[in-house]
Design a binder for this molecule. Structure first.
Ligand SMILES: *Cc1c(COP(=O)(O)O)cnc(C)c1O
Length: 332
């Protein structure tokens, strides 16, 4: 299968906000957008998005994972950017209409159909640096994606960055383009200098997250991860893993922790990244102040493996969805 995010279904769902109201949504052929070069998004980064997946089950049906929760998060992002907020039911319908149209394009697990709702400010006004876009375009892309772990779940290597920030106090929990632009420089630099996969941003020693995934400390009995505040993106994978772990008897400890604690923890326990794309991925090595520090023996660990399976078996329809996380895609 093509590289993650580079293959698209040949339809997308779109809806426009004309300054007063949302116009009826439609599913239509995927084509380039026609936008005014002065559109707010190009100059003032009025944009946010979501990312989640639809899975094909062995019974032939398709299910979207945590659809309503992702839509609620998108509404939160839109609100924080002062963009027109999409109606939850209408956006859910847009997603389900698009997925239903491409039911036949959803590959079997561990592959899936990745869905990417996107909201952009389209008001043509290059003098609107300090005012919101009153017009907007909402669209949903669908992209068949393969197994992130094709070729094995290689434990990741992270640079521990204890100075620079990934985002800001205002936008840390908003899924908005500018955050990724900000993390790009430090990440490219770290890749070139230290050969790492990602940067773990820990400004002032406060362990937060990487450019696009949450960070968790995991032992045989406990999970430690940051409490929900505005400094980081509140991942649905993080929330799902914590819920499942609680049910499996792990103690869930949502609290701040420092780089010093992190370095002590990884001598004997596991660490992982969580996100829709890669589910729960073991961290094998940290790079801090120029030296490499293995997480345990560097090969990942049984608890990360167990928790990832617990989530994936629900997503793939191999274990019961007792939390009501999956929405069945109607057959059309
Ligand atoms: C999307 C994202 C995550 C992961 O969120 P999920 O809902 O688990 O996919 C974590 N951090 C950042 C910065 C993100 O953009």
């Amino acid at each position: 299968m093509a590289q993650f995010g580079t293959e698209f279904c040949d339809n997308f769902a779109t809806a426009r906000f004309d300054g007063k109201k949302w116009l009826p949504a439609e599913v239509r052929a995927l084509e380039p957008l026609c936008l005014h070069p002065g559109a707010h998004v190009f100059h003032y980064a009025s944009t946010c998005f979501e990312g989640f997946k639809a899975y094909r089950w062995a019974d032939g049906k398709a299910y979207v994972f945590r659809l309503r929760d992702h839509i609620a998060r998108m509404q939160k992002s839109a609100t924080s950017l002062h963009l027109p907020v999409p109606d939850a039911d209408s956006l859910a319908q847009m997603v389900l209409d698009l997925v239903a149209r491409h039911n036949g394009d959803i590959p079997a697990p561990p592959s899936s159909l990745y869905l990417r709702p996107t909201l952009i400010g389209t008001l043509p006004n290059i003098g609107a640096a300090a005012s919101p876009s009153t017009e907007a375009l909402l669209y949903v892309l669908a992209s068949p994606v393969g197994d992130y772990f094709a070729g094995g779940a290689r434990p990741l290597k992270l640079l521990v960055e204890d100075q620079r920030s990934r985002s800001t106090e205002q936008l840390g929990s908003t899924k908005t383009g500018g955050n990724y632009a900000g993390a790009l420089g430090p990440t490219l630099e770290a890749k070139a200098r230290f050969g790492v996969d990602q940067v773990l941003f820990c400004p002032g020693g406060d362990v937060q997250e990487t450019g696009a995934a949450n960070f968790l400390l995991i032992s045989d009995s406990e999970i430690i991860t940051k409490p929900l505040n505005t400094s980081f993106l509140h991942g649905m994978t993080r929330a799902s893993i914590l819920t499942l772990a609680r049910g499996l008897g792990y103690r869930i400890n949502e609290r701040d922790f420092t780089v010093t604690e992190l370095l002590e923890w990884v001598k004997t326990h596991e660490a992982a990244l969580s996100g829709t794309a890669a589910c729960l991925t073991p961290v094998g090595t940290l790079v801090y102040k120029g030296s490499e520090i293995p997480v345990r023996d560097g090969s990942g660990g049984p608890n990360v493996e167990k928790l990832r399976r617990a989530l994936q078996t629900i997503q793939y329809g191999e274990a019961p969805d007792t939390h009501g996380w999956l929405t069945e895609v109607p057959v059309r």
